[in-house]
Design a protein around this ligand. Structure first.
Ligand SMILES: C[S@@+](CC[C@H](N)C(=O)[O-])C[C@H]1O[C@@H](n2cnc3c(N)ncnc32)[C@H](O)[C@@H]1O
Length: 279
């Protein structure tokens, strides 16, 4: 009796924290006005936005909450700490539970954390399960995506780097978000900089969870090359954008082909996928 009552409390806590991190059903009904980078509207609006900001003002538009979009991580939330949506947080929860139950060795990492919501959730799961050994690694430039370097033709013309207002979140802000949930402690470590520089040198021995959310070919392949060899057998590789961003998908397919990875890819929702390492 006591055990099942306890299980319910855990489920309720996790449901609530997922709703907080995604602001499911309680996000702001307004979004900052942000014309698509590269358009005439965007270049005309840029000086206006700067001027307004100097007065502490921002133009917003009405954006009614769309539950289906927030479940599947299809919108960019105004205030939520994560944009991955409820279904992909459910997937993180299942993978974490499984590696903890089966004692698969290794830390957890997300490459591409934005406001930090998914890594905050990983830390909360460790706390809930009483794990005091594993570290949650948060890797990001904390200044948005890189301009395509030319090294990877697949990224030619990629414009994610232009979304600096939406996608660049400072490490101080992400730490403040962790602190807001009381999750900032020495079981969380930050890798600040471009993946190509930070990941190969990161002092990570082993991973049980490798979650990639860097959107581009370069960001995805750099993370796979540096980190997949450290993923334990029984651990999980999770790719946030496989179904939504062709460059990301191509990087994953190339890496899997080059390294003879044949574990079946499982869909989470229309975008996220994962597989469990078997060998
Ligand atoms: C879509 S957001 C991640 C969303 C996040 N996982 C969440 O829970 O909402 C992509 C993030 O990847 C980071 N990023 C992408 N490519 C990168 C690279 N090559 N090096 C460092 N950071 C990168 C960006 O700064 C951005 O914060």
């Amino acid at each position: 009796m006591a055990t099942s009552a306890r299980a319910d409390v855990n489920t309720l806590y996790l449901d609530l924290i997922k709703r907080c991190l995604t602001r499911y059903r309680f996000d702001s009904p307004y979004r900052p006005l942000a014309p698509r980078p590269g358009t005439l509207k965007a270049s005309l609006y840029k000086p206006v936005r700067r001027l307004l900001a100097s007065f502490g003002l921002e133009l917003v538009r009405q954006a009614p909450f769309n539950p289906a979009a927030r479940e599947q991580g299809l919108d960019w939330p105004a205030a939520a700490e994560t944009m991955v949506g409820l279904r992909r947080l459910d997937n993180v929860q299942r993978c974490v539970k499984d590696v903890l139950q089966r004692r698969v060795p290794g830390d957890f990492i997300e490459t591409g954390v934005w406001r930090g919501g998914t890594v905050i959730f990983m830390r909360a799961l460790l706390k809930l399960h009483g794990d005091t050994d594993r570290v949650v690694w948060a890797a990001d430039s904390f200044q948005g995506l890189p301009k395509p370097s030319g090294a990877y033709p697949a990224d030619a013309g990629d414009r994610h780097w232009e979304y600096s207002t939406d996608l660049a979140v400072s490490v101080e802000q992400v730490k403040a978000n962790f602190a807001r949930y009381d999750m900032l402690d020495d079981q969380v470590r930050f890798l600040v900089g471009w993946f190509s520089e930070t990941l190969p040198a990161a002092p990570i021995e082993r991973l049980a969870l490798l979650r990639l959310d860097g959107d581009m070919y370069e960001s995805t392949i750099d993370a796979l090359r540096a980190l997949y060899p450290k993923l334990s057998v029984g651990g999980y590789a999770i790719i946030d954008d496989y179904g939504a961003l062709p460059n990301c998908r191509r990087a994953v397919d190339d890496y899997r082909r080059q390294h003879d990875i044949s574990e079946p890819i499982q869909a989470i929702d229309g975008s996220g996928v994962y597989w469990q390492r078997e060998r």
